[in-house]
Design a protein around this ligand. Sequence first.
Ligand code: SF4
Length: 515
Amino acid sequence: MIVALLASPISAETVPVFPRHPPLLLAGLAAVLGESGHRVVVCDAFLERLGVEAAARKAIAPSPDLVVLMPNDVARETPPDVTAALAGRIRELADVPVVVAGIGDVRFLSRLLDSCPALDAALVGDPEISVPAYIRACGQSAPRGGEPRGGRSRFASGAAGGAAANAPVPPAPLHAGSCPAAERKSEQAGSSAHSGVPGLLLGGSPAPVRPAVVRDLDSLPEPAWDLVDLRRYVVLPHRGGRASHPILASRGCWWSRCAFCQDLACVKSPDYRVRSPQSVAREMAGAVREKGAEHFLFHDAVFPTRKEWVEELEGRLSDLGVRASWFCMARADAVKPDVLAAMKRCGATGVAYGLESGSEEMLRRMNKGHDLAAGEAAVRWTKEAGLDAVATFIFGFPGETVEMARQTVEHSLRLPLDIAQFLLVKWHQVPEGMLSEGDLVEDWDLSQFDYRGMVFVPRAYRTVGNLKLMRSYAYARFYLRPAFLARTLARVRSAEELRRYVRGGMTLISAMLNR
Ligand code: SF4
């Protein structure tokens, strides 16, 4: 079977916004389907700067038997109207089933299906088990033309126009009617003959569909990076100016209660699962050997900050002769000095924490689960361990006052941070009871570094312009401190590093200008 995997564009027309991170979920699904013997064609329409029309044509170009839209992946999300338009255009161009996968939010997907008759189904949760099960339900579990083909070792990249494919298999037609999708207009999810497909959502009234969950992450093959040109993704200065090889050590978040956290990609499900250090070390060793990776970025919502786990990873990497650096994100209340010291020994260069606010009241409203002191201690311990400390702060949570926002800026200045990111809270749906506290700007805010939803303007700000002004003020206060600039310049050791800081400065100016 030919499966087209499409990382969606983030807008209907081309916009001057580029992805910072490669599509990790898509590469993982491509690997699973390749191992199952399917021919997989992938395209990152966001990277290729394709609008809906061009992306739809790209999706159908290999005459696929199934098109899987992946609107959300690590650090990228697509407005639902763009996904709906894309599915609609694909179905106008070809008689091929179109499903959406890689999203963990049932309510979001129910609304999307209801608004988009062209979408045959949504596969909620981890796509690595839902999509193959869906294909089996279509009766197409093996490719036609003899023995199963494909597999990780047979992947070859470089098809024209940014699409890449594994080993070719003769195309064969599969019409929408041969998939469970054909029943979606008449059945409720969970009651069809295809209810064995985990996470299958067929539209209609929201049904109690549980997202598909891969319990044993070690059972998954390594992502099919052969199909993605990792060098083409934007490198941010705080990653050492080097391309970061993307990797996951876990999925989900054991806290999962922050009120602003609406990341739709199933990487942030409430089911927290951790890979074995052995499996992570093996993947890192492979990336070093085959892709020349030197630095890794763990995309985990919350990195497994258990000392034994980190020490075992260090041992496994040492056994495999891997010397590589890495960066991760963690919760401030989940690190201790001994864990951070172990992370440093294991190759970590820095840790990012979502500190969110400088107001205790705001942290409580956000249900962050820790206080200011926990954030301060985490940053201090991180620096004491010899690691870079990075923090993100957010503006625009319902109920925020200008005074609270100023407290956030002052808080960021007191901490010994190397990098601070100031973001606007972005929403797919503002929680009930909060909408009365301001205005929702319903068009998605697509700016280069923060393009993942709608902006909510708390009453105190009055306009979205004032809210963005607060973000610019925060960036200016943090980065234009003479002491900070002097410290940063003192770290410059080479012309390349200087170039990196210049690029970082331009990134900063872009953020300050709210682009
Ligand atoms: S800790 Fe991070 S991933 Fe977990 S709920 Fe909060 S914001 Fe989301």
